[in-house]
Write a protein that binds this ligand. Sequence first.
Ligand code: CAA
Length: 258
Amino acid sequence: MTEYATIVVETRGRVGWITLNRPEVLNALDTQIMRDVVAAATAFDADEGIGAIVVTGSERAFAAGADIKEMESKTAREMVEDDHFGDWSRFAAVRTPVVAAVSGYALGGGCELAMMCDIILAADTAKFALPELNLGVMPGMGGTQRLIRAVGYAKAADIILTGRRIDAVEAERSGLVSRVVPASDLLEEAGKIADTIASKSLPSVYAAKAALDAAMETPLAEGLRFEKEAFAALFDTEDQKEGMAAFREKRAPEFRNR
Ligand code: CAA
């Protein structure tokens, strides 16, 4: 398995694990960690033995934001020409479902990275914020667009314009996170969610994720058309025949992922 400078990567069964590993800066997201996460996630995505990915940080911090020290001296022109956060769009575009297991700080880019994932599982110690306005900037890794879709305008405006932190309970109540678990159970629970997803037929998982993503982009009628076509296409897979035969025969399906 490839070694990376800023992350630890491992495979457990059909699940690929990416652990952010810049403890000295609370997993601040610099260009190197962006490249490493994108490389690891796209490698897992290309591997048919992988059915789900988990991204996590440390107990203290999922990630405390984009690396402020790396950005501090940049000009507007450099930010645009470098497309400073551009590679993250490749992470957001992986076909494989991604579970973010968040403990401690998920601030700024850390919260935005979690929001690029499909499911956010929060430890009861998790703290979310988009504090970029405190730095004289604004969210720049998707925060203004993804938070509003997750929690609605009222809550998103409150969180972004004040920069205040919300705890795991408020994050769950608001719809930002899927579930909250005790911090000591976070990785085990994230693993269970990922194992469950990875046990299903890959074509159906890819199609369902693509349809969920489409819902974020399209009006209802277009989204429903997308769903109808994606649903129908699955009837040409071996796994659809196997899944439905297994139901009829009252046994567990044995998916072949095609
Ligand atoms: N970038 C660079 N370094 C960071 C960092 C960041 N986002 N967050 C923390 N660090 C560094 C600190 O500078 C410190 O390094 P030194 O020991 O060399 O001083 C180390 O991590 C530990 O941090 P603290 O000493 O500050 O730890 P703390 O427990 O006192 O505070 C914290 C923790 C509240 C998370 C605090 O570190 C903090 O406020 N961090 C910045 C949070 C932030 O503003 N995030 C948004 C960044 S901008 C962004 O993300 C833009 C975007 O839209 C993508």
